[in-house]
Write a protein that binds this ligand. Structure first.
Ligand code: NI
Length: 263
């Protein structure tokens, strides 16, 4: 059985001390044979590309997340252009499989919604220019996120990463041709909508991810997350859909290969 962790952050400072060791353990454990290290600003995108270039089984995404735009805002048009040029150079690397994570976050940042929208749209343009899919981060911004995707078509589609368990978002996202990636929250005991959310996504549109080092699933909740834990997401989906673990592993692996064009 092979598993694909479609979203992790080995570029996060929580892995500064022992990133190589953790990656080696994940690889040697044998189940997770591919993973994507996601960038969220220029620095972390650069790190993600570096990690991907030094590990065959790791791929990278490059992008500026809605929670990382404060340094752009003083002179947004000029600063954004500078950063986008650097992102574009980074994203031309062969191991870069998407522009992300990008999107809108009105939970952490309510004050700069218009700037978030500008940065999101500009990066959709970049993805289209480079023929890449996008990885979307959306939190408490469902309506605006969908609105932007409808009015700014993404040619190579993409993924709702750590998808909020909101049925309207999932239904609309699927209609737009996007994949839904489930993370640790589907395993949480207090997660009310997990079963309905999982049931709403056909098997050929589901991805699984850890979002390491955050959001460790049950039964590892509260610990530093790593890609080996992606098996708990696969198991939860198998339980809800009444499938074998292997079936979910295979389907999510194929789906990831398809959207990231690794076939
Ligand atoms: Ni993330």
């Amino acid at each position: 059985m092979e598993l694909f962790d479609s979203h992790a952050h080995y570029n996060d400072e929580k892995f500064n001390e022992d990133k190589e060791e953790v990656l080696k353990q994940v690889y040697n454990a044998g189940s997770v044979t591919k993973l994507v290290c996601a960038g969220y600003n220029l620095d972390s995108s650069r790190k993600a590309v570096e990690i991907a270039n030094t590990h065959d089984f790791v791929y990278a995404t490059c992008g500026i997340s809605p929670n990382d735009i404060s340094d752009l805002e003083e002179n947004i048009s000029q600063n954004l252009e500078l950063q986008l040029n650097q992102l574009e150079e980074l994203a031309k690397n062969k191991k870069v499989v998407a522009i992300g994570e990008i999107g809108l976050d009105y939970y952490w940042n309510k004050e700069n919604k218009e700037d978030q929208k500008i940065v999101f749209k500009k990066q959709i343009e970049l993805a289209n220019k480079l023929s890449l899919p996008i990885v979307i981060h959306t939190r408490e911004a469902i309506f605006d996120t969908l609105e932007i995707l409808k009015t700014n078509p993404v040619i190579n589609k993409g993924i709702f990463h750590c998808c909020p368990l909101n049925l309207d978002l999932i239904k609309e996202g699927l209609k737009l041709g996007f994949y839904i990636s489930f993370a640790g929250p589907i395993t949480f005991k207090n997660s009310k909508n997990a079963v309905d959310a999982i049931s709403a996504v056909p098997l050929d549109k589901i991805l699984i991810e850890t979002d390491s080092p955050y959001l460790a699933p049950e039964p590892k909740r509260g610990t530093r997350n790593n890609s080996a834990n992606v098996i708990y997401m696969a198991q939860k989906i198998a339980d809800v859909k009444n499938l074998k673990l292997e079936q979910v592993a295979n389907a999510t692996y194929q789906n990831a290969q398809t959207i990231f064009k690794l076939l």
